[in-house]
Ligand binder design. Sequence first.
Ligand SMILES: C[S@@+](CC[C@H](N)C(=O)[O-])C[C@H]1O[C@@H](n2cnc3c(N)ncnc32)[C@H](O)[C@@H]1O
Length: 331
Amino acid sequence: MKLETFQDLLRMAGGFQPAKIFLVANDLDLFTLLGGERDAEDLAAQLGVQPRALGILLDALTAMGLLQKSAAGYRNAELAQTWLSAGPGYRGHIFKHLHHCWQAWNGLERILREGNLVTPMEKEILVDSERWNHIFINGMDDVTRELAPQVVAQLDLADVDVLMDLGGGPGTYVAAFLARFPHLREVRLFDLPETLEVAREKLAARGLLERVNLIPGDFLRNELGEGLDAVWVSQVLHSQSKEGCRLVLEKVWRALNPGGRVLVHEFFLGEDRAAPLRPAIFSVHMLVMTEGGRAYSHAEIARLLEQIGFEAVETLAVSEDTGLVMGRKPR
Ligand SMILES: C[S@@+](CC[C@H](N)C(=O)[O-])C[C@H]1O[C@@H](n2cnc3c(N)ncnc32)[C@H](O)[C@@H]1O
């Protein structure tokens, strides 16, 4: 983030305004309704909102490049039509999730003053409700559809028969593993029961349901099973405290065969934890969204793995924003 002038500060601080306009429009499923030209009054009536307010919002969305305006009304610009209108390309879940998280971000100042108190009510509103978990997990698929094959292409799992995707969410990585490594004898996706419902839908749509063993469980309370040659732990540890990470990684250790591997995929921070920008901001996201989570540095996770007993611990950058820390259980 290059901030040099007062104007840069103004632009950064005002960033919440276009974000809010877009997120409210996406919550209203406005872009699904604007596949063809629509008059503002008519649209307001359908949505049950104030025509004056909607007109102002539609003009701003047009100025932002998400809509086009003509004498006949408003319609989606190409970007909105491609990603935000209901259909096979739809990826609006992740933005609904982000907007939902805004509620938690409103508590940042309180968290700074009072400590990281996620009250049971907030926790329920933010993460525990079934509807929001469904949107969140679909949102994970929205953001990893291209990333997962790109990351998996950089791995070598030739010696792996049995793979577990721990906290595998919608199954996007599992699909990428099956495509890249057809020799895998068994692929297990371990996740919370409500998340597995989304995984089931997504894997069925990809024709892969028969090839994946869906294992319901809570990795904080349950053991992970046994007989694994590799465990993929992607974007899971950041929602845990350091002690939580250790607990999860010790379970991975116990579930692995001798010679088995753990592969931790995260938005990693640098050694001093003050860069890069995306993980540093993501760490604040975890501060407001979880009780003890944050982004970690490669070195912190590598040290944890070594303390648990993993050897040949190494790190690898696999995308612009993410990296891997891997280790092997001795034979
Ligand atoms: C941020 S998502 C990551 C999904 C996927 N691994 C990826 O990289 O896109 C975190 C996942 O961890 C799962 N999860 C969170 N807490 C869990 C728990 N206690 N036990 C099992 N899974 C959990 C969530 O359901 C979700 O699928």
